[in-house]
Unconditional design. Structure first.
Length: 155
């Protein structure tokens, strides 16, 4: 029992280190054409918008698990950088639909290349694990995510 507790604590610390490194990666500046600089996090937002037609701020917030305010701020930055269009929805005067500009689609393509390369590398490194082991790891991550969601909800 004590060994299991130690392994869970070790897993928690590893997850913390991964999240810290991921945050650094997500905020690393990426230069685009015309002097525009964006982060990996912003590229993920572009991907979500490009992959989901008729996406609005609420949908974007749900997709990323953030508040509507945070999604709105992310979107506003990308509108200012000329990568996203924000248009009033024909169904509601309170809702804005998001779409990519031509420059947004260009950045989207860069993200697709990055994502493909990253996924291939992860697949290569996880080749020795069977599907069941990967499913187990995914279930563990689901449980960790639910703990974090509860902590966020309860303050």
């Amino acid at each position: 029992m004590e060994q299991k507790k130690h392994k869970i604590e070790d897993l928690s610390w590893k997850m913390n280190r991964i999240l810290n490194k991921f945050y650094r990666l997500e905020t690393t500046p990426i230069p685009l054409e015309q002097g525009v600089i964006i982060s990996h996090k912003e590229l993920h937002v572009l991907q979500a918008i490009g992959d989901n037609k008729n996406l609005n701020i609420t949908g974007l917030a749900e997709y990323f698990g953030v508040t509507k305010s945070a999604a709105s701020q992310m979107t506003s930055k990308l509108v200012k950088k000329g990568l996203v269009n924000k248009e009033l929805s024909p169904q509601s005067a309170k809702e804005y639909l998001l779409s990519l500009t031509p420059n947004g689609w260009q950045a989207y393509g860069l993200h697709e290349e990055y994502h493909t390369k990253n996924t291939r590398e992860i697949e290569r490194r996880l080749k020795s694990f069977n599907v069941g082991q990967i499913e187990d790891a995914s279930r563990i991550m689901d449980q960790i995510e639910s703990v974090i969601e509860e902590r966020l909800a309860n303050g």
